[in-house]
Design a protein around this ligand. Sequence first.
Ligand code: C2E
Ligand code: MG
Ligand code: MG
Length: 711
Amino acid sequence: MNPPQPPSTRLSLVQGISNRHLRRDQERLLETLLGQLEGMVYRCREDAQWTMEFVSDGCRALTGYRPEDLLLNSRVSYEDITYVDDRARVRAEIQAALRDRRRFELEYRISRADGTVRWVWERGAGIFREDGTLDAIQGFIEDITSWRENEQALRDAEERYRNIVENAVEGIFQTTPQGRYLSINPALARIYGYDKPEEMIGAYLDIGRQLYVDPARRLEFMRLIHLNGVVSNFESEVYRKNGEIIWISENAREVRDGSGNLLYFEGTVEDITERKTYETRLTHQATHDTLTGLPNRALFRDRLQQAVRYAERERAKVSIVFIDLDNFKYINDSLGHEAGDALIRIMAQRLKSCVRDSDTVARLGGDEFVLLLQGAPFDDERVSIAMSRILSEVRKPVDVRGRELTVTCSIGISVCPEDGNDVDALLKHADAAMYQAKQAGRDNFQFFTSSINQRVLDRMDLEHRLRGALERSEFLLHYQPKLDLRSGMVVGTEALIRWRAPQQGLVSPSRFIPLAEETGLIEPIGEWVLETACRQAQLWRERGFRPLTVAVNVSPRQFRDAGLPQLVENILKKTGVTPSMIELEITETCLAHDSEKFIATLKTLKGLGVQIAIDDFGVGYSSMAYLKSFPVDRLKVDQTFAKNLATSEKDRSIYKAIVSLGHNLGLRVVAEGVETSEQYYLLRDIGCDEVQGFFFSMPVPADDFERLIQN
Ligand code: C2E
Ligand code: MG
Ligand code: MG
């Protein structure tokens, strides 16, 4: 039997030391050593309380109790300290080890004096007597809570990381330096169209070298990663398992060990197909014309820029062909925008059919197209042949919304390097040549020349000065009398505009009216003319002059403006003039394409009480059939017919025919450009009603005109 040992904090393990002093020293040393241990050394009995025979000072830190609190017959037992849920397991494990005479090692929780629960690790063994019975258990217990917490944190981090990889939208991979997949996440498999990552593991990075649509991309990828160790945002088209093509963006890097040996590659793959399609659509939208699908101005400029650089390097030629449809505005205005759009689309097709695939056909906007001809050597003659083809192709009748139309175009050509070697100059010069083609009667082409350039510069200058002329009150009206052939009396006058341009003197309307027409400036100018003429007519009436008709020229553009009748009505009201005193002169070109609309406008104007004259009659439309349906009052026969009246029998016959045509339709016929008395008498004999011309008077200022009729 072993009597219970007295309670002691003294180490009683040290045995067989006889010298008391020596024994004391050794005990102290041991005590110090044990005191420095982070943990508790113990010796206990294997009873229900784990009754402690010895505990080291580490007890305080570990359990929060003083050592003596734990020793025999004290208030707490180690069984109490053991966390309640773990007690049974601790006992079972220790007993099992003792049975087998094994050392034991276990982890469990304890409840400290302050109530906190800590994880501990205990290592121990039984001490057996010679007869084999258990004497006591000795061991060491240390707090491993923080270590376990770290461990857990690490495990959690790992778990989270795995989750991230598993659930990532991006594909993530590791491969051997040879490109064989080591591990991949489900997203990567999904991106490449495989059901499971396992299907791909072991396969080569480019799945049998078939991944990249463009094999050169794979080589580039390898080149980059070997060169830099990393590849970033590497975009390429790849095949999925089912053959579908997608866009991916890859990031990859080498992973090396401490001595610099390449271990593996790792990286990510992102499916960017959606973004790419969107981008492609955006770029297409930004660089193409929506109506025709042709390249737009921006893209054209870009291609021209490249072509010019190429031409410089290779001493090649590039031709820029500017094409503008003739009278397109009339079609748009009279048939509507949809018809205009349809026509533009058809013309775009035709132009494309006229050039090689390598040439560019672009639409600059409106009815303006431009071609870029390059490649095979060509000279002016070949270009001319191509242009004639375009002219005849465009001229072919088109069916637009059930109407057959014939459209022509005007073409201007500039050639690099002769006519310039920058984009702006070449475009500007082709445009200038096109303008020249318009001036030359449309439906033709012109090569750019320096004289064209001068004309264009002059015109730009004129336009610039014309813009401010109205505000600067540089316009005035001259009046040319119109005589009744039978009575010889002045029965009317035509108001003719004059421009007193600074440093230029009087500019003839034939110089600036067409430009005003083209630029739209004719609208405000025309309004000013009409109002000034009406005011003048009213003034003359108030001053008691004989009744006179004052004729005002209305340009085609003004006439096509839907607001014209309203404008005329307003001005009539505003000036108080008697409507029948005002005559509007329109030319046949106003007719344009839509005679129904034309007649409707004429009727509205007539309804206001004004008179209508057809000006320059005989030189516009050759068909006279339309005349019968026009509500007009006068025909003003063009000057050219009066010119040779005295010398040519044929011209006299023509004049006679026109006069009788007019009379048969109930119209008065006016002769323009009468310069001699001979012409005057001939016209009287022919039966003409009124005359106007230098023979009687030039167009003169209003004061002079008054004096003229007073005499
Ligand atoms: P138009 O309406 O046919 O006007 C007649 C033109 O012939 C006038 O030229 C006039 O000065 C000229 N003329 C008159 N008698 C004779 C003659 O015996 N011999 C010759 N050789 N010429 C004669 P002008 O004033 O230079 O006007 C030219 C054209 O400009 C006009 O032709 C008309 O179409 C246009 N125009 C003039 N004023 C206006 C205007 O206020 N508005 C619009 N839209 N056009 C105008
Ligand atoms: Mg006139
Ligand atoms: Mg005329």
